[in-house]
Design a protein around this ligand. Structure first.
Ligand SMILES: O=C(O)CCC(=O)C(=O)O
Ligand SMILES: [Fe+2]
Length: 337
């Protein structure tokens, strides 16, 4: 699956260049080598937008994950083309494990449901070679081991770079809330937005991510961010074969005392109406230890585990209920609009 997308030659229908988000590009290798200028640039991107591109071509881990990304798409095309009843055998009714069918959560437009299915693979279960993992994941364990360990290395590199940039020391460093071996909801999510004609199922509703750092791969248009400068939706340009998109989630915003910016985003069909082609994306959600405590959007003390669980309940609620609470958008919508 290769799409020749270039900034100048291809835009979503009816979109102009000004409808494309202007995001910084950070170089992974610069962070691996602790280049002070790159670390400052990272902090700036996380304070202003909470969204940026990560250039993966200059580092070993980066090049390896780009290769694994292509293998993951091949797996996804085969997996998601299976009949629904086969995939439902992998549905564990759990937000961080197994299959989720389309329509479980609220969609983008009024009265719509979501238009994406997912397969989720928790890091803890991969490390433990858990018997509950679905057969298709066990059969492809090399792919998932590689993808998750590289994603973890990359997101931990971002985390420790941010601790450096914020001059955090000792137990206040961000890594101290993400210690290995502690219970966490960190998970890899494979997403498929099937080609779909009607408008009862539309996209992935606006939200901020629950966790700390999201490492996202997508070769196709669909993702939009709500830009803090212009306060409007803008497209995130796919940059296949070289870059991932990174965003800060609520937990990192809360852990940083709301210094870092958790950006509002959503996924819609490129023409705004129906999904004209199958879209695939891959997201690694680095989340804090479940017992980590921070102050949420309302200034209430909450554990990262509870924030995660509350957000998933909110994903399924009707739009009216979502609008009445700060959970879906982590309080960012109230700040932005
Ligand atoms: O599919 C995408 O591009 C983004 C998905 C997303 O925002 C999410 O799952 O949190
Ligand atoms: Fe998201």
């Amino acid at each position: 699956m290769t799409f020749a997308i270039s900034k100048d030659t291809y835009l979503p229908p009816n979109a102009e260049q000004r409808d494309i988000a202007t995001l910084a590009t950070i170089d992974l290798q610069g962070l691996v080598t602790r280049d002070p200028a790159e670390i400052t640039k990272l902090l700036d991107a996380c304070v202003t937008h909470g969204f940026f591109y990560l250039n993966l071509q200059t580092s070993d881990a980066g090049r390896q994950i780009l290769e694994a990304e292509q293998n993951a798409y091949r797996f996804m095309e085969e997996y998601f083309s299976r009949p629904l009843e086969t995939k439902m055998k992998d549905d564990r009714g759990h937000p961080t494990h197994g299959f989720k069918p389309i329509g479980k959560y609220t969609g983008v437009t009024d009265n719509s449901r979501d238009c994406y299915e997912t397969l989720k693979v928790a890091r803890a279960e991969i490390l433990a070679k858990a018997p509950q993992l679905s057969p298709s994941i066990k059969e492809n364990s090399a792919l998932f081991d590689t993808f998750i360990s590289l994603s973890h290395f990359i997101t931990q590199t971002l985390l420790s770079s941010l601790s450096d940039a914020l001059r955090l020391t000792g137990s206040s460093r961000l890594e101290e809330f993400h210690r290995d071996g502690e219970l966490t909801n960190t998970t890899l999510v494979l997403l498929h937005y099937p080609k779909h004609e009607d408008d009862t199922n539309i996209g992935h509703n606006k939200h901020t991510d629950i966790g700390s750092i999201t490492l996202l791969f997508a070769e196709q248009w669909g993702l939009q961010v709500f830009t803090p400068e212009e306060k409007r939706w803008a497209w995130v340009q796919p940059r296949p074969h070289g870059h991932a998109t990174i965003n800060v989630g609520d937990s990192l915003r809360f852990l940083s005392g709301k210094t870092l910016y958790s950006c509002l985003h959503r996924v819609i069909p490129v023409d705004g109406k129906s999904q004209k082609e199958d879209r695939y994306s891959i997201a690694y959600f680095l989340r804090p230890e479940n017992n980590a405590i921070y102050e949420d959007a309302d200034g209430q003390k909450v554990t990262a585990g509870k924030w995660h669980d509350d957000k998933y309940v909110m994903f399924g609620e009707p739009h009216k209920k979502q609008e009445e609470s700060k959970v879906l958008t982590g309080g960012m919508e109230q700040i932005l609009v």
